[in-house]
Structure formats: structure tokens, C-alpha cells
Write a protein that binds this ligand. Structure first.
Ligand code: 13P
Ligand code: SF4
Length: 306
């Protein structure tokens, strides 16, 4: 154990704290995490933990989500500059206008949104729960914000609903093309392709498996044990960077320079330590009325998401 890891472990005990990390974090940050997972697992695990403090290694909406679900906890975003650009790609006023014009419709917000957007939505979803949750809604018409690609993927899986999408996107996954997937398949003809639904539909159509970060990890683990074939990984490189340690030479990262989220990579073990020592990080403080308004859509997500 490094000196930094030892100091983090001691501070966790002293502060009754846990470190939560998204799977897009670097292997070094994942190594100091107590709670690890995709967006859905992190929200649920952080809501369930008894710890008094949560240090979030991810992006701002993830720390805000924990604070909204557990206002009594001290929640610290380890790297204050880490933000998801997709989270503010729609103005809440536009959602209110839509609601006024379509009172019969449900508003579904990807969890990658600000608290202000969660507050005007009926339910949040993550990439692992979006299809299940949208299918379970009583409303036939749905506005899905802000990711056009995840919204379009849900539309393809839930044809019985009328799903309107916003034009937002993740700048990391949006850059993946069908040509990228074809080129990777040509270079590794025996490989399966696992892709995240934040990628454009023409790339998704060429994949063998479409899933959230957690679903891609589960698929790779099963596949590695049942075949000798490799996998082309078409999501942020944190997934393949971590799994390559377990399956050396069998994972091919699609376009690693594109599939690197700069915000997710801001956090390091040193920034976690600085946050725990009070030299860095940002304690999440939010308006109680805003938190209350946003809470219902997150608790609906956990209830309906399974
Ligand atoms: P998931 O964790 O739901 O796969 O989402 C990916 C992502 O981009 C998180 O910001
Ligand atoms: Fe946002 Fe995309 Fe980075 Fe996820 S990978 S935090 S959606 S920019």
C-alpha cells in the first residue's frame, strides 16, 4: 500500500467516510474506493451506506445526487472542476414549456443532469435502467432529456411509446462513428463489440452488445470465461483500463483518445487525499427546496429501476 492509500484509509476511519468512484475513474482511484459502480449502482449504494461522509470520485451530478438522496450526509466532490457537459444541455424553462403544452406526457431525465432539471422531471434514469423504467411508465408520450442517443436507443426498445428526445449528447461517446466500429472489426475479425448507448445509433447497430458500464463489464466477464475471443470496447476507457488487468491482450479499446472523458480523469488519489485533509474538494451545499424538488425523480428511479 502506498503512503497516499494508507493516509486515505486512516482518514476514512477517523471521519466515518467512504470513497465512491465511477468505473470511468482511473484504476488508481478505483483502488481507494469503497463503493464502485456505474451511475445507477453508485446512487443506490451511496443512498444505502451508513457512513457519515461520502467522497465522490466522478462528476458533479453524481455528488449532487448523493446529497439529494442523503441530505444528512457530508458529501464532497473530490475534484470540484469535474463536471459532465451533458448535464446542462437543456434549460429547465424549456421543460416547463413542454409540460404546459403536453400535460399528459412524462418527463424522463437522464441522471446526467443538474438538480434544476431533475426537479422538473417525473423520473430519472441511468443507462442501465432507462429501458425498464420508460417501459413501466403509465404515460404513452415521453420527453427524454438530454441525451438524444440514449433516448433514441430507448425508443428503439420501447416501440409502444411515443418518445420525444432532446438534442443533447455526451461529447465523448457522440464522436464514435459506424466507420470506427467497422475499422475495429476489420482489424480484429473474431472480436465481439460492446458499446454504450450514449454512442450514435449507426455505431450501436453494428455492436453485439449494447449496455451501461455495468452491463458491459458483466458481458465481458462472462464472455472471457466462455470463449477465447477478444472484445472491442466502445465506451469510456476506464472500463477497459480496469478489465485489461484481468484479461491482458483480450480487450481492444475503440479510439482511446476519443473515449477518454477529461472530466472523469481529473480525479487522482492525491485529489482524494487533499479533499479528505480539507486542502481540496468541495462540500456539496444545495438549496433545501431544490433538493426536495429533485429528490422525487431520483427516488422514483431507485424504486422503478430494480
Ligand atoms: P453509466 O454509468 O450509466 O454507464 O453512464 C455512463 C456515463 O457516461 C456516466 O457519466
Ligand atoms: Fe458526461 Fe460523457 Fe463524461 Fe459521462 S463520459 S461524465 S456523459 S461527458
Amino acid at each position: 500500500m502506498t503512503n497516499t492509500m494508507e493516509r486515505i484509509a486512516r482518514l476514512k476511519r477517523e471521519q466515518d467516510a467512504v470513497v465512491a468512484a465511477h468505473t470511468y475513474q482511473s484504476p488508481a482511484v478505483q483502488a481507494v474506493a469503497d463503493l464502485l459502480g456505474d451511475s445507477f449502482a453508485l446512487a443506490r449504494k451511496a443512498a444505502e451506506t451508513d457512513a457519515a461522509a461520502v467522497y465522490m470520485c466522478g462528476v458533479r451530478f453524481m455528488a449532487e445526487g448523493v446529497k439529494i438522496l442523503c441530505p444528512e450526509k457530508r458529501v464532497v466532490l473530490a475534484e470540484p472542476a469535474a463536471d459532465c457537459p451533458m448535464a446542462r444541455q437543456i434549460d429547465p424553462k424549456r421543460v416547463e414549456e413542454f409540460r404546459a403544452a403536453h400535460p399528459e406526457a412524462a418527463v424522463v431525465a437522464y441522471i446526467n443532469t443538474t438538480a434544476e432539471l431533475k426537479a422538473v422531471a417525473d423520473v430519472c434514469v441511468t443507462s442501465s435502467s432507462a429501458v425498464r423504467i420508460v417501459r413501466s411508465l403509465p404515460q404513452r408520450r415521453v420527453l427524454f432529456i438530454p441525451d438524444q442517443h440514449l433516448g433514441g436507443y430507448v425508443r428503439s426498445q420501447v416501440p409502444e411509446k411515443e418518445i420525444l428526445t432532446w438534442d443533447g449528447y455526451c461529447p465523448v461517446h457522440h464522436g464514435i462513428t459506424a466507420g470506427d466500429v467497422r475499422a475495429a472489426k476489420a482489424a480484429h475479425p473474431d472480436a465481439a463489440v460492446a458499446i454504450h448507448p450514449e454512442c450514435p445509433a449507426e455505431a450501436v447497430a453494428l455492436a453485439d452488445v449494447v449496455g451501461s458500464t455495468a452491463a458491459i463489464i458483466d458481458f465481458i466477464r462472462d464472455f472471457m470465461h466462455s470463449t477465447d475471443r477478444p472484445v472491442i470496447v466502445a465506451t469510456e476507457r476506464g472500463v477497459a483500463d480496469r478489465l485489461s488487468l484481468d484479461y491482458p491482450g483480450r480487450l481492444f479499446q475503440l479510439r482511446p483518445e476519443q473515449l477518454t472523458c477529461p472530466d472523469m480523469k481529473l480525479t487522482t488519489p492525491d485529489s482524494v487525499l487533499a479533499a479528505m485533509e480539507g486542502r481540496g474538494g468541495e462540500e456539496i451545499v444545495m438549496d433545501p427546496a431544490l433538493m426536495e424538488a429533485a429528490r422525487a425523480s431520483l427516488t422514483n428511479m431507485i424504486r422503478l429501476g430494480g
